[in-house]
Design a protein around this ligand. Structure first.
Ligand SMILES: C[S@@+](CC[C@H](N)C(=O)[O-])C[C@H]1O[C@@H](n2cnc3c(N)ncnc32)[C@H](O)[C@@H]1O
Length: 350
């Protein structure tokens, strides 16, 4: 991993995110219906739609938050895109980590200024930008991607966002398992972030690279990947007990008294799993809680899968309720009770 050179004039990318609009700036335009358009300011250029045009020169030199009106009388609000806007509008090769998950990764893996971080794969570079922001100019991020074409797209996106090469960033092409052992000395890495199909295949090299106490965080799309990774982390013996979660973000509609959740949301992106590197030679403390009976067996029962079993007695009663006429004299709304029936309660009836 290379030693970054800290630039003299403030943090990388900060200057191009401040002040009036300049030539070369990316500008996000919002039209009256909330539709977004992104342009790159160029002298003499025009922005056209079927409802007229305006000149880029009308925006160059104007402050962010200006409104420009087209010849068709459409008003566009002009702002520099935030990182989240940039990620969702930039060119993509592979699927990107959404901003909601990037935020979780930075916070929950405790990616701090000055940290030494390794990331694989890089895909379109979306997560890379959040990681670079978090480590800062004085940290280091080694990003490893096995597909050259994806790495190329990522480099274009990252450099487009920061306005050039980032001093903390090194991008290597190759497989994590081959590159990491040669690129980072054993025990030198503070955090490893994996976003790939089979992260469990790389646990060995990750364990070698991580410093004691270092964090591994992995982002996986399916429950089967999550299960495989968790079991392999446990089997490895050099990591603490893993923990996993997902995050769901639901937007809210805000209009007068009509303040309510949006009808639509992104229901699933991926799951996150974290674990930490034990000190060398120290066995992982045994879990106090025993796994559910059969959780690791071939013959799964409802109980193993966390489902509540229904007693034969309850089944007999339900069948009676469905299959026979109500006897005379039974209380309205409640079928005849057996002597051995339980006292009904919300819990028992569930
Ligand atoms: C979903 S994409 C990553 C997206 C990226 N995190 C982003 O936010 O734009 C997964 C990437 O991992 C790469 N990959 C998979 N296995 C890899 C490995 N063992 N070493 C390096 N890259 C790998 C794939 O080529 C792919 O580009």
């Amino acid at each position: 991993m290379t030693t970054p050179e800290v630039p003299e004039h403030g943090p990388t990318g900060a200057s191009q995110r401040r002040g009036p609009f300049r030539v070369g700036d990316r500008v996000q335009l919002t039209d009256p219906r909330g539709r977004l358009h992104t342009i790159t300011l160029s002298p003499g250029a025009t922005f056209h739609t079927h409802r007229g045009y305006f000149r880029h020169d009308d925006l160059i030199g104007a402050p962010e938050g200006s409104v420009v009106v087209s010849t068709g009388d459409v008003a566009y609000l002009a702002l520099r895109p935030l990182l989240a806007d940039y990620v969702l509008s930039m060119p993509r090769g592979a699927a990107v980590v959404y901003p909601k998950d990037a935020g979780q990764i930075v916070a929950m893996a405790d990616i701090y200024p000055g940290a030494r971080v390794v990331e694989a794969g890089v895909g379109s570079g979306a997560l890379t930008m959040s990681l670079l922001r978090a480590v800062g100019d004085g940290g280091s991020l080694l990003s490893i991607e096995r597909r050259e074409d994806f790495a190329d797209i990522a480099q274009g996106n990252v450099e487009g966002f920061f306005g050039g090469p980032h001093p903390a960033w090194e991008l290597r092409i190759g497989d994590l398992a081959d590159v990491l052992p040669t690129a980072a000395p054993r025990g030198s890495v503070d955090r490893v972030v994996l976003d790939m199909l089979a992260p469990w295949e790389n646990l060995d090299v990750v364990a070698d690279a991580l410093a004691p106490g270092g964090v591994l965080i992995a982002y996986v799309a399916t429950a089967t990947q999550l299960s495989r990774l968790a079991e392999d982390v446990r089997d490895d013996g050099r990591f603490t007990e893993p923990s996993a979660w997902e995050s769901m973000v639901r937007g809210w509609h805000l209009e007068g008294l009509a303040v309510r959740p949006e009808h639509r949301m992104i229901g699933h992106t991926g799951f996150l799993l974290t674990t930490r590197r034990m000190a060398d030679g120290v066995p992982v403390p045994l879990r106090r809680r025993r796994p559910a009976k059969g959780a690791y067996g071939e013959d799964w029962t409802e109980e193993d899968l966390g489902e509540r079993t229904v007693s034969d007695k309850k089944l007999r009663r339900v069948r009676r309720e469905l299959g026979r006429a109500r006897p005379a004299g039974a209380a309205a709304g409640r079928p005849e009770a057996d002597a051995d029936d339980e006292v009904p309660s919300a819990e028992a009836e569930d």
